[in-house]
Every structure is written in C-alpha cells, then in structure tokens.
Ligand binder design. Structure first.
Ligand SMILES: [Zn+2]
Length: 237
C-alpha cells in the first residue's frame, strides 16, 4: 500500500491530469473553428471565381456582338456604295473588301459560338460551386455552433477541475507539494510506481537506494526520486 501522502499525491496527480486534458481540448477549439471558417471561405471563393469567370465571358460575348454588328453595317455600306459604282475594277475592289469583312464576320461568329459554349460551362461551374456551399453551409455552421458550445461546457468543466485540483492540494504537506510540483513541471505523471525494480516513468532500473527508499514508509519530508527521470517513485508490490 502506498503511504497516505503518496495516496494524496496520486489523487492530486489524477486531478491535474484531468485539468490538463480539459485545457488541451479548450486550446484546440479555436483551431477547429478556424478550419471550418477556412472551408466556408474557400467555398465562397470558388463561387466568386466562377461568377467572375462568367461575367468576363458575358462581356466578351457582348464585345463580339458589337464587332459583328459593326462589320455587318460595314458590309451594308459597301453594298450600297457598289450600287453607284460604274467602273468594273472599282466594283470588283469593293467586292473584295466585302469578302474580307464577311470573312471577319465568319471568324467573329465562330468565336461567339465558342464563347456561348464556354458561358454554358461556366454557368454549370457557378451552379456547382453554389450548390456545394448550400449543401455544406448548414453542416459548417452546426460544427461551429457545436465547438462554441463545447468551449462553454469545457470552460465550466475546467473551473470545476481547477477547484478539485486545488482541493487535492489542501491536505498535502508543503514539502510533498514542492517535490510534486518540481516533478510535474517536467510533465505528468509526476508520481509513478516502482514495479519489478523499474521506474514506472522511464522504465529503467532504479538503484537499490531508491528502491528501498520507495519501499520504506515515506516521511512527509523525504521522497524517493528516480535518478534517471526525476519522477517521485513509490513501491507497488
Ligand atoms: Zn524514472
């Protein structure tokens, strides 16, 4: 049986471990929320990018329509001009001009068709990006709400755990607390059993002096420490 002081230290250690676990969970929450917010932002950015692409294509289509309109007007003007031309070579020259502009119109119309196809595709991407966010947003928001609620619950738990840990210190003599705090400062557990001659912290063999000190009924002012890892050790048969 461990000494009463060791029993009290083990209780304190349990409560400190619980406090640490709650603190670690609390610390992780802002990162979890930020990760969800980043996903929302990425989904919104995908919508904005798709919308921007769509607008760009639509203004490109408008420009093409304007160009086609002016080219067609040009052809119309040339044709009117042709009516008043009497010389054959001038008539033919204008005929060439009309052909050239008509060729440009054909090219512009091909580009207009390509743009229309691209607009259809961009509309699909925009709709898909919107659908993704619409589908996920409730889940994202629920997760954020859950993390916020967990934060509140854990903060309450932490308050209780801090009070429990403080209460566990009250019955302990000051030297025991000092030795414990020194060992705990290097990480929990601070108090470990020696089993089969080995330290429960570092699993190395302890010296016979440490072993007998751990075995002996500990005074409230002297504690056996593992020479390798510095943890407080007690005998457990
Ligand atoms: Zn050790």
């Amino acid at each position: 049986m461990p000494s009463p002081t060791i029993e009290l230290l083990l209780t304190l250690q349990d409560r400190d471990a619980r406090r640490h676990a709650i603190e670690a969970q609390l610390k992780a929450i802002p990162r979890e929320i930020a990760a969800v917010e980043q996903r929302i932002a990425a989904e919104r950015a995908a919508i904005d990018a798709a919308r921007g692409e769509l607008h760009e294509l639509e203004s490109g289509k408008k420009l093409l329509e304007t160009d086609i309109g002016s080219a067609e007007a040009q052809v119309g003007r040339y044709r009117t001009q042709q009516l008043s031309i009497r010389k054959n070579d001038e008539y033919q020259a204008l005929g060439h001009e009309i052909e050239n502009v008509q060729k440009q119109i054909d090219e512009l119309e091909v580009r207009e068709l390509e743009t229309m196809y691209a607009i259809d595709e961009a509309k699909k991407r925009f709709a898909a990006a919107e659908a993704t966010l619409r589908q996920n947003i409730a889940g994202h928001e629920a997760r954020i709400k859950m993390f916020r609620e967990r934060d509140v619950a854990l903060s309450d738990e932490l308050k209780a755990a801090l009070a429990d840990a403080a209460a566990a210190r009250t019955p302990l003599p000051e030297p025991a607390l000092e030795a414990y705090d020194r060992a705990a400062g290097r990480g929990l557990p601070a108090v470990v059993a020696v089993k089969g001659g080995k330290c429960g912290g570092c699993h190395l063999k302890v010296s016979s002096e440490v072993e007998s000190a751990a075995r002996g009924k500990l005074a409230d002012t002297e504690f056996a420490l593992c020479e390798q890892c510095g943890k407080m050790v007690y005998w457990e048969s």
